[in-house]
Design a protein around this ligand. Structure first.
Ligand code: PMP
Length: 354
């Protein structure tokens, strides 16, 4: 830290992104990216947009917003696009949290929430999950705090039914409830349709996973127009051109290719079920997942050992060095060939270790 770094960040521990080593070609199952490329329509649109990069992007993202309004069945003033969904989550901490509106989220969830809270000087409560890693809904009902729920949750992959989301939103009319649906397209129920009933609900989604655009950085939020206006106040006070031209064009291309999107999601869910069965046969317990990853623990070998031995053999998975999670690995669902490689490698290394 230099002598110039503001003391307001004294206690800030930044988020640690999944590793992206370049020393060799890995089978990369550690950051929940899609194994499939973006839709050809998204690629073509981004290529075309590259020719106009001398011009700023449209700060209102009008064409993209219009397309999303059609696809998601909401009005154009109920949508905000951002630079990845991380940005809209940060905007939500900035806009809807403070000392009078502290944040609340599970102790096991997306690791960026406590970082955004610390960055914005927001007090927060981290609530333990149940022993089976499900979210204890009663902790959030009538809690009087700004609630952040990842649905499905990460890194567990467990989804809450919409009735539970509704109970949380309905019982906290004086606080915003943010439902982070980064993984919703892999088998959970979306709360987007509820935004017309609840003025305190913000639903965020991302193009990083189910639409294969992690490198483009495109996130989106859905909420009543008043909440979107608040988020825009924050956006226009930080970075009005937060979505670049190529990403905006690619986003429209991706939304136009519904068939490609649906097929990829279905393929990933099918591969997830295959992988789950094979992992169970190898002695893992696997939490039933509604996401594009599984969270798995071996009955005899610890999470760190599996992570390290897989890495030595050219496969990256995610290990969390955190109490309660040390027995586990989070494994992104890749394409069938990648998962066959994972299973055969695991089978060999378990034979050596046990
Ligand atoms: N929410 C959750 C639960 C996530 O796992 C991620 C991805 N790391 C994000 C939000 C942010 O994704 P992105 O910024 O790529 O949209």
């Amino acid at each position: 830290m230099s002598q110039f770094f503001s003391s307001k960040y004294n206690r800030l521990t930044p988020y640690t992104p999944g590793e992206q080593p370049k020393d060799q070609q890995y089978v990369k199952l550690n950051t929940n990216e899609s194994p499939y490329p973006p839709s050809p329509k998204a690629i073509a649109a981004a290529e075309k947009a590259a020719a106009s990069l001398q011009l700023y992007s449209d700060p209102e993202c009008r064409d993209l917003v219009q397309k999303a309004a059609d696809v998601f069945g909401v009005a154009s003033d109920e949508i905000l696009f951002t630079n990845g969904s991380d940005e809209i989550l940060n905007f939500a901490f900035m806009a809807f949290c403070d000392k009078e509106h502290p944040a609340i989220f599970p102790d096991i969830t997306y690791g960026f929430y406590p970082v955004f809270a610390a960055l914005n000087n927001v007090p927060f409560a981290e609530m333990p999950l149940n022993d089976d890693f499900t979210i204890r809904v009663s902790d959030y009902v009538n809690c009087g705090k700004t609630v952040f729920i990842a649905n499905p949750n990460a890194p567990t992959g467990i989804a809450l039914p919409l009735a539970d989301i509704r109970a949380i939103v309905e019982s906290n009319p004086n606080n915003v409830v943010i439902v982070d649906e980064a993984y919703v397209d892999f088998g959970a129920e979306s709360a987007v349709s509820l935004i017309h009933q609840y003025p305190n609900l913000l639903v965020t989604q991302t193009f990083s996973k189910s639409r294969s655009m992690a490198g483009a950085r495109l996130g989106v939020g859905f909420a009543c127009s008043d909440l979107i206006r608040d988020l825009n106040t924050v956006k226009y006070s930080t970075n009005p051109y937060n979505v670049n031209r190529m990403t905006m064009a690619a986003g429209i291309g991706a939304l136009e290719d519904a068939e490609y999107f649906t097929n990829n999601c279905q393929q990933i869910m099918k591969t997830r079920e295959w992988t789950t069965e094979k992992l169970i046969n190898l002695g893992f317990s696997v939490i039933p997942s509604s996401a594009n990853f599984v969270f798995a623990k071996h009955k005899k070998v610890g999470g760190k050992e599996i992570y390290t031995k897989l890495k030595e053999r050219g496969i990256l998975v995610r290990y969390f060095d955190k109490e309660k999670l040390r027995d586990y690995n989070r494994i992104t669902i890749g394409d069938p060939k990648q998962m066959e490689t994972l299973i055969s490698t695991l089978s060999n290394l378990l034979e050596e270790v046990i």
